[in-house]
Design a protein around this ligand. Structure first.
Ligand code: MF3
Ligand code: CO
Length: 255
């Protein structure tokens, strides 16, 4: 069942989204060669709690940290810890915050220092694929129109679209209906309605789409060890343009 949010609920979600965006900004500024993913996790947890929220991920099905930090061939759900970032790495950071009973969720992929052109292109195409999907986040389209647009864009650029993990509705629960694949034929699934809150999150590989879960039971990596990027925002369907509630002020201005 897809829960339609009232304008009051959307206001609460916007507050959670603002905190997620703030945490992402702090992490972006902290990322440099020599920092550990555990240090990034501590930065995010502090800013989330200082703003009266709790990290959505901590304790979720036993997840041990506040953020996910997935380096290079890691796709999602990398557990922060002693991994030290080095020049040339890319790192995907996923953050969720819960306040006033509502979650918001967003992911970004960043270069560490100077990285090669292929890695930069992967990051860019992953972001762009989200915005291709966003074009269909309007009343009148169906959910798989979003999925299809993401897949088409990423595959035309020669990248692999992860199938085994998908986006999701979000609100009182971090994961609500509907599941949102980043692939599929257009014109299927529920019709988009005003008040839907959707976490849309393309996970794109520079090589094959196939992934596996490591022995830690969380970290997902590409089977062919190709690089992977992740970009996610929490999006509200309105009767006009979609509302992205996990943008920083800078991101709003550049959009
Ligand atoms: N942001 C992730 C998602 O969109 C959730 C991370 S899973 C957790 O599904 F267990 F780490 F919380
Ligand atoms: Co998500």
């Amino acid at each position: 069942m897809i829960v339609i949010k009232t304008s009051k609920e959307i206001e609460f979600m916007q507050e959670s989204g603002r905190i997620v965006a703030l945490a992402h900004e702090m992490i972006k500024n902290a990322i440099k060669p020599g920092i550990t993913t555990g240090e990034l996790d501590a930065i995010a947890e502090a800013i989330i709690r200082e703003n009266g929220a709790t990290p959505s991920f901590k304790g979720y099905h036993g997840y041990p940290a506040s953020i996910c930090a997935s380096v290079n061939e890691q796709v999602i759900h990398g557990i922060p810890g002693g991994t030290t970032l080095k020049e040339g790495d890319i790192i995907s950071i996923d953050i969720g915050a819960f306040k006033n009973g509502y979650h918001a969720d967003a992911a970004r992929t960043h270069p560490v220092g100077k990285v090669n052109d292929k890695a930069l292109e992967l990051i860019k195409v992953t972001e762009e694929s989200f915005f291709e999907g966003l074009k269909y986040c309007r009343v009148g389209y169906r959910l798989s129109d979003v999925s299809h647009a993401i897949q088409k864009y990423a595959e035309e650029k020669g990248f692999g679209v992860v199938r085994d993990f998908v986006g999701h509705g979000i609100g009182r629960q971090m994961h609500e209906d509907p599941p949102i694949p980043n692939y599929g034929a257009p014109g299927r699934g529920p019709r988009l309605e005003k008040g839907m809150a959707l976490a849309i999150e393309p996970m794109i590989n520079s090589g094959d789409f196939k992934v596996r879960v490591l022995d830690d039971e969380w970290t997902v990596e590409t089977i062919d060890r190709s690089l992977s990027a992740h970009y996610e925002n929490t999006v509200i369907i309105t009767d006009g343009d979609p509302l992205i509630i996990t943008f920083s002020n800078d991101e709003v201005e550049s959009c």
